[in-house]
Ligand binder design. Structure first.
Ligand code: CU
Length: 821
């Protein structure tokens, strides 16, 4: 899909994306909301850390369909912005996702309060009357819960009142291009690879194996806020779209039931005509505003005539796609257990499912805003949520840990906490705000929320890192106020799934109290066993943008800058992510046991077996690089294969083939500038988290040139003899030697959909007068199967994505006229 805009000249001075402090006012001409008036920052007391974990409302599938309405609107929330006094929050206008008629989850916790002045939709959720607060605190988007095999039928509404965001309806359409903030931004950024258009919304269903186009996991569509009537009310509402969307969803279900591989709808002619004419009318009204110089309707019209899926919508769009259930030919197990009806007719389900080469993996997935140019600000505002796809994974856990229902509302897995981590904020976090670090992690919108466990109890923690930037490094548990994990560990934990894909028996069995780097976009499911001693504990974590930052300060390697050796990264410090209260009756029986490895293996789907050598049909190399240009971070270029995102296809793959990709990171801290050793600004290496949509992948080779020997600051890889114990000697003049030494097992591999690419290392030679960049890399294998179309790979540090570190992958069917006969 091509971007329709040429590059724009930058004109009027505007700030970056969100509602920060001291904005220029210019309400969108077609909006009748009051213009937003610049105000001095209003500081208020922050909510206390250590509150009970917030219960995130849920939209839950029924009868094989996940139906619901996701509303994008604005609110004034109390946010801590990471600078100075941690008790001081600011009232900030943010955009938020709410689930219309969402219900409270079955896991224990605090109930999101209602607040004076918060105009929730009337049906929005059963907020209990609560610790009175005059302020609205953040609530993540509703947790979506469906089951493998279900059809997703979501109505997405954008009712952002743009008066509050001053010109954030796309400046590109006004011919103004990027957002601007004083002299700092956009610097050398050029449209569309810059922050812009932050009131436009869409949804990426992160971790789904489904149709990447049309009304599936399509991140190219852009939904502008609804136009408003004379009284300021949105014209596009749940009521106004109900009739055409109901008709569309019914048609969609019929079509998707014909084949599990169906990628219907294919064109706007598959929409009810009334919806197309409504959109045409709204887009033309939007375009009729004289400030809009780049009209949207002609783009959509040209795209639909060309057979492409139109890009622009006003106020609403429907999402309809299937979470396909894989059925091995010999299997007798049902994707839907008794009592949970499938949306397909049973007679055809089995036959169709055999057509799949992979299926949807059941597990902890998520969704977030993914409109290029505003992904960072929207995700930082809180436009993220968990997407839990239940299946065989839940069934084994429920059979082992459950005491009642084995599926559905009363099942054990539904009673387990969902932990949505985010770095909430209102401006893209280009670099660290202050010496103490970046925006802090919140969990379900609060700081260091409290979970309760029985002594000895095992719980399933579904951790989703929805942050736009920081990786969550999980170190271990400790008493409150401790700064390092207790040793020996006071808790036990085993990882049972990564990125929504369960471990096989062996990987699960090998997992013993692992430390984890949960990069931006990653998920980790942990079985956590509380100590038998009641008491208060904390889970310690730190923020990391590289593996280097997870090291103790004394182990960080240095580069030989003239005054003194300069560390290649600035390590973070451990702080509580969660508090855990261990109290009550000790757990007994299975509740106090880790599920046996054999049972985990039994439920491991065969389509997730390792990608064999014989399957690999092609190899590719993809290079991520951040290049500092002149001066500070705004001038840094973030590229893939040397290019910023331009909408063109970067990689082409044949449908139903497996490939092995070498994914390189050439980003380095340290080089020679004007004859002297220099660091980057800000200093520090960056392990860009590589993400690909639609299909997960396995890591078959891993090379981190900055790796140190355990417990030391000594590099594992040396480029000058002799190599000491545990070290490997590489030849700086021969790039073919720049790879890991020793062999790693190529079996029982974990599936990922985000993996941080190890940074490059500056290797200094010739008396430190020259530096050679040795890239870090991993090799991954993925099956590009079942669905054709265009989707993206990108860095999950979203400021890098918005600024260009993204490219399009196109999966094309293999068709040829050639015959061997
Ligand atoms: Cu990046």
């Amino acid at each position: 899909m091509s971007m329709c805009h040429p590059k724009w000249k930058l004109v009027a001075a505007l700030a970056i994306g969100g509602a920060t402090i001291g904005h220029v006012v210019s309400a969108h001409a077609q909006q009748t909301l009051p213009a937003w008036t610049p105000q001095s920052p209003q500081y208020v007391q922050c909510p206390a850390p250590g509150q009970p974990l917030l219960q995130i409302p849920e939209l839950i599938s029924q009868g094989g369909k996940l139906q619901g309405t996701l509303l994008l609107s604005n609110a004034t929330q109390r946010l801590y912005l990471g600078a100075g006094d941690q008790s001081q929050c600011l009232l900030q206008d943010v955009r938020q996702f709410t689930g219309v008629s969402a219900v409270l989850p079955a896991y224990p916790g605090g109930i999101p309060p209602t607040y004076p002045g918060y105009a929730a939709p009337p049906s929005y959720p059963k907020y209990a009357p609560l610790p009175a607060s005059p302020y609205l605190d953040p609530v993540p988007g509703p947790t979506l819960r469906a089951r493998v095999g279900d059809i997703v039928q979501l109505t997405f509404l954008n009712q952002i009142g743009t008066g509050a965001y001053w010109n954030s309806v796309d400046r590109g359409e006004k011919g103004q291009g990027c957002d601007q903030s004083s002299a700092l931004y956009p610097g050398l950024d050029t449209f569309p690879d810059c922050f812009h258009g932050s009131s436009t919304g869409n949804i990426h269903f992160h971790g789904t194996h489904t149709n990447p186009g049309t009304t599936g996991d399509n991140i190219f569509i852009e939904v502008r806020p609804s136009l408003r009537d004379a009284s300021g009310q949105p014209l596009v509402t749940q009521a106004s779209v109900k009739a055409p969307f109901d008709q569309f969803f019914a048609n969609c279900e019929t079509e998707l039931n014909k084949s599990v591989l169906s990628q219907w709808p294919r064109s706007w002619s598959d929409f009810p005509p009334a919806w197309v004419s409504t959109q045409e009318d709204l887009l033309k009204r939007y375009d009729s505003d004289p400030v809009i110089v780049k009209k949207l309707w002609p783009v959509d019209d040209a795209q639909r005539r060309a057979g492409a899926w139109p890009q622009y919508y006003i106020g609403a769009t429907p999402y309809c796609f299937r979470l396909p259930a894989y059925q091995p030919a010999a299997s007798t197990q049902s994707a839907h257990p008794p009592g949970h009806a499938a949306a397909t007719t049973p007679a055809t389900t089995m036959e169709q499912s055999r057509a799949l080469q992979m299926g949807q993996a059941p597990g902890t997935h998520w969704y977030h805003a993914h409109k290029h140019g505003s992904t960072t600000i929207n995700v930082a505002n809180g436009m993220t949520g968990a997407f839990i796809i239940e299946g065989g994974y839940d069934d084994i856990l429920n059979a082992f840990y459950g005491t009642g229902e084995t599926t559905g509302p009363g099942s054990w897995t539904r009673s387990q906490p969902v932990l949505v981590v985010n770095q909430l904020g209102t401006s893209p976090n280009l670099f660290r705000l202050n010496p103490t670090g970046a925006l802090p992690f919140s969990v379900n919108g609060r700081f260091q929320p409290a979970l309760t466990m029985q002594p000895g109890q095992v719980q399933l923690w579904r951790i989703v890192n929805t942050s736009s930037r920081g990786g969550v490094y999980v170190a271990g548990f400790a008493p409150p106020n401790a700064t390092t994990p207790s040793l020996p560990q006071v808790f036990q934990w085993k990882q049972i799934a990564q990125d929504g894909v369960q471990f096989n028996g062996t990987s699960y069995g090998d997992s013993q109290n692992p430390t984890l780097l949960i990069s931006a976009g990653n998920r980790a499911d942990l079985l956590v066993k509380a100590p038998t001693t009641p008491g208060q504990y904390v889970l310690l974590s730190l923020q990391a943008r590289s593996r280097c930052e997870t090291l103790p300060v004394a182990q960080v390697p240095t580069i030989p800058t003239p005054s003194k050796p300069s560390p290649i990264c600035g390590p973070g410090s451990l702080a509580p992510l969660l508090t855990v209260s261990v109290t009550g009756t000790p757990a007994t029986g299975n509740q106090a046991q880790f599920i046996p490895q054999s049972q985990v293996q039994k439920a491991f789907p065969s389509f997730l077996n390792d990608v064999a050598d014989s399957e690999v049909r092609s190899t590719k190399t993809v290079v991520f690089e951040s290049k500092p240009t002149a001066g500070g971070p705004p001038a840094t270029m973030h590229t893939i294969d040397g290019h910023k995102f331009d909408g063109n296809v970067g990689q082409v793959v044949l449908l139903n083939t497996a490939e092995e990709w070498k994914v390189e990171n050439r980003t380095v801290n340290g080089g020679i500038k004007q004859g002297a050793v220099a660091t980057t600004d800000p200093p520090g290496i960056v392990d860009h988290p590589f993400h690909i949509h639609i299909n997960p992948f396995q890591i078959t080779e891993f090379f981190d040139p900055n790796e140190v020997l355990p417990g030391t600051s000594t590099y594992k890889y040396v480029f000058q003899a002799p190599a000491g114990p545990g070290q490997c000697l590489l030849d700086v003049t021969r790039p073919e030697t720049w790879k890991p030494c020793g062999t790693r097992p190529k079996t029982n591999l974990v599936w990922w959909d985000v993996f941080a690419i190890p940074s490059a290392r500056a290797v200094f030679i010739n008396n430190n007068t020259q530096a050679v960049v040795v890239p870090g890399y991993f090799k991954m294998r993925s099956r590009f199967v079942d669905f054709t179309g265009q989707y993206v790979i990108h860095c999950h540090m979203l400021a890098h994505e918005d600024r260009g570190m993204m490219t399009v992958v196109e999966v094309v069917p293999f068709t040829t006229a050639y015959s061997h006969q």
